[in-house]
Design a protein around this ligand. Structure first.
Ligand code: PLP
Length: 487
């Protein structure tokens, strides 16, 4: 797939205008202007301080734009009236105001356990717009989801047996049964990153379709249970080629057709195609776009969009990664073994994947001076370190950047999903504040250097964790638990 964006065709034919809709993609240059304005405003408004030397920012306009691109991409290829529910994968940013923003933009939620379900509910998302996917659902979670009316996808035979018991005549919850699906693994192989490849032969997720007898089992299981109305697959996340994702969706579609033939009716009425669209962490561009993926799906699995099936999607990273950044102060700049090392306040506590698996998760680092202005200067090979007490706490190694000095700021870009929203409690560092920002009308062409920042508003999504909260989360109320004399 290419990331080339084509202008609308001048012919103005219906096909051309549909292709223009298909090519809708975020405006990267405008996003860069908003981001630079927000970094300067964060300095001017005192968001960073000794007490809070790191903060996370989320571009609200960019979130809105991405959600609109997602809706437009599928609307352009779906049949008229075909139900399409886009669910946000809550693990990508389990922050209540973020989920609420997305819900207001027409998204439901994909949740993977009681915490994410609670976040989605706290954000005001209705049960009919939630789907529960987890490979480890307990009896109470299953019972709770059925009672609440949350759709769920069963992962394995033992979970299916539990559902049989819960849905047996006489054991049914009072309300009608929400949609139940089976998660299948088409076993297509891995992508570029092992940890996010869910469709390998031995993946822990779903019914492994190519194992001996497994496909027959799934077809029979569905044909025998009228309450199974969905099939689900999520072939992988970052590192998975979109073509492999589309092959997974094709396998899902073929399976649904086979089940429906076996059942003699349209038993499976909804296909949940998962999320996983990869993000370009190397540039400002969005590639692939939702539009490109929707078109790839249309070309690979035409039947998906003929209107016979409702669709559910579960995108996470591709909706939010490029909307967020982590802004951190350089506390000290030193040299070791001849290499410059900047000690910043953003390390493993906000960038666990990048620190622990740097090859798989490289991040772009933007350098700003103490006033928040983009810093220019000859590239110098240097390390950008976090504050934590282990040598591997580096967010960039041997990276060529303008030489960092104490007081400068680093911005870890494309960290709107799975970074600051998924903190790691190392060294008892407090979780940084997360702030949404809007720029008003000021993010025009001159915004980089001279533009006014007084239109920038920061909206607190998650206040910085206080030290009292750190202590409380560290068993502070149990101080004497191990030392009090036995009763
Ligand atoms: C993580 C996950 C997603 C979202 O993946 P992204 O790569 O963030 O789009 C969707 N569905 C399931 C089942 C997942 O586990």
């Amino acid at each position: 797939m290419t990331s080339t964006r084509r202008a609308a065709s001048p012919t103005g034919s219906p096909d051309a205008s549909q292709d223009a809709a298909l090519d809708a993609s975020p405006d990267a240059a405008a996003a860069v202007r908003r981001r630079r304005l927000a970094v300067r405003a964060a300095v001017e408004q005192g968001l960073l301080s000794d007490a809070h030397p790191v903060a996370a920012l989320l571009d609200v306009a960019s979130v809105r734009e991405n959600a609109a691109c997602l809706h437009a991409a599928f609307a352009a290829v779906a049949a008229p009236g075909q139900p399409v529910l886009h669910c946000f994968a809550v693990k990508a940013s389990s922050l209540v105001p973020v989920v609420r923003l997305l819900a207001g933009l027409g998204l439901g939620c994909e949740v993977a356990g009681p915490g994410e379900l609670a976040v989605a509910r706290a954000a005001g998302v209705g049960p009919e717009r939630i789907v529960l996917d987890s490979p480890a659902k307990t009896w109470s979670e299953l019972r709770g989801a059925l009672e609440l009316g949350v759709a769920l996808n069963a992962d394995n035979r033992q979970e299916l047996a539990r559902l049989d018991a819960l849905l047996a005549p006489g054991a049914r919850p009072a309300r009608s049964v929400p949609p139940v699906g089976l998660r299948v693994n088409p076993q297509l192989g891995g992508g570029g990153i092992g940890a996010t490849s869910t469709a390998t032969a031995t993946s822990k997720f779903g019914f492994p379709l190519r194992d001996e007898g497994a496909r027959e089992f799934v077809v029979r299981a569905c044909a025998e249970r009228p309450w199974i109305t969905r099939l689900h697959c999520h072939v992988g996340s970052q590192g998975m080629p979109p073509e492999t994702m589309a092959a997974g969706v094709a396998a899902l579609y073929e399976l649904a057709e086979e089940v429906n033939r076996a059942a003699g009716e349209r038993r499976i009425d909804t296909l949940d195609i998962g999320g996983g669209l990869p993000v370009d962490f190397a540039s400002e561009e969005t590639s692939p776009t939702f539009a490109e993926y929707a078109r790839l799906l249309r070309d690979t699995v035409p039947g998906l969009f003929d209107g016979r099936y409702g669709l559910v999607t579960e995108f996470g990273r591709s909706l939010l990664a490029k909307c967020g950044l982590i802004l951190a102060r350089v506390e000290y700049a030193k040299r070791a073994g001849g290499r410059p090392v900047a000690i910043t306040h953003a390390g493993v506590q906000v960038a666990a994947r990048t620190v622990f698996a740097p090859e798989a998760w490289p991040l772009r680092v933007a350098v700003h001076d103490r006033h928040g202005r983009p810093k220019e200067g000859p590239g110098v090979v240097q390390d950008v370190a976090g504050p934590c007490c282990f040598a591997g706490d580096l967010v960039a190694r041997g990276r060529e950047l303008p030489e960092l000095e104490a007081g400068d700021l680093v911005a870890l870009l494309d960290t709107g999903a799975y970074y600051f929203s998924t903190p790691f409690d190392y060294n008892s560092l407090p979780r940084p504040g997360v702030y949404g920002f809007t720029t008003g009308a000021d993010a025009g062409e001159g915004a980089d250097a001279g533009g006014r920042t007084d239109g920038v508003r920061f909206l607190t999504v998650r206040p910085p964790q206080t030290l009292d909260e750190v202590v409380a989360a560290s068993g502070g109320d149990q101080r004497d638990a191990l030392t009090a004399p036995p009763p």
